[in-house]
Design a protein around this ligand. Structure first.
Ligand SMILES: [Zn+2]
Ligand SMILES: [Zn+2]
Length: 250
């Protein structure tokens, strides 16, 4: 699998785009989260017309807002180009994603007039096979319903924490993963704000023992390099600081 970090920041970040990842398995591509600003990031890497699926970890705008932009891109491309594939678009997310979609259709009526179908599925503790990817989801603890995903292909696994507080669920879904994409939003002095801090990330990786960890979702208050050093103390595997447009092979 190939992972591209589209955005490693948050809503407050000046230098980093909000949360979004592109995962490819040779024949298929999927997005995991697609916060505001990420349609532009995606265009630097692939043609957005090649994207037919989005797995949302939760519905906060720094993870979901550019879904509207992506649908608008597909709609407008069809006006200007011939022969574009009318493939169904698949949207997955935690409970509430159907209502979320209905509300964006209400706000942006063009979405009702797309010439391709959009299928929407709410996931919880779920397991699905999807275009060569095996996707497991598990609810984690955040201020709204939120999922972590474990995605496997050809014996390799990558886990996306989404946004989460320190909890057992993120540890168990991350066990022995080849790569753990772990939010590390806040400094240790801000522990308890619905997000992970470097100290909590250390505890998670020490127990879950992934092969590699990619720290991401940095608010400006956290120093990514200091966070990396802190996590390295608890972990013998490789600790990587996510940067926008970084590519990793899994
Ligand atoms: Zn977030
Ligand atoms: Zn959030």
């Amino acid at each position: 699998m190939k992972l591209t970090v589209l955005g490693s920041g948050t809503i407050l970040s000046k230098e980093r785009s909000t949360a979004a990842f592109l995962l490819e398995n040779g024949s298929s591509k999927m997005l995991i989260d697609f916060g505001l600003g990420n349609l532009r990031q995606l265009q630097k890497v692939v043609d957005p017309l090649e994207i037919f699926s989005l797995f949302l970890t939760h519905l906060h705008p720094d993870h979901s807002l550019d879904l509207v932009s992506l649908l608008a891109f597909k709609k407008h491309s069809k006006i200007f180009k011939q022969g574009i594939e009318k493939r169904q678009f698949h949207l997955f997310g935690p409970s509430g994603v159907k209502e979320f979609y209905a509300s964006i259709v209400k706000a942006f009526p063009f979405i009702e007039r797309l010439d391709f179908d959009v299928s929407i599925k709410e996931l919880s503790l779920s397991k699905i096979d999807f275009f060569g990817f095996n996707v497991k989801s598990r609810p984690v603890r955040h201020s709204v319903p939120a999922l972590a995903y474990r995605i496997e292909h050809c014996g390799k696994s990558v886990v996306f924490s989404g946004d989460t507080r320190y909890c057992e669920e993120i540890k168990s879904i991350s066990e022995n993963a080849d790569l753990l994409v772990l939010e590390c939003s806040l400094p240790d002095k801000m522990q308890g704000f619905e997000h992970l801090t470097p100290k909590e990330c250390s505890l998670i990786v020490a127990q879950a023992k992934p092969k590699k960890v990619l720290l991401t979702h940095f608010y400006p208050m956290v120093n990514p390099l200091k966070a990396k050093r802190e996590v390295e103390k608890a972990f013998s595997g490789e600790v990587i600081v996510a940067e926008d447009l970084m590519e990793l092979k899994i």
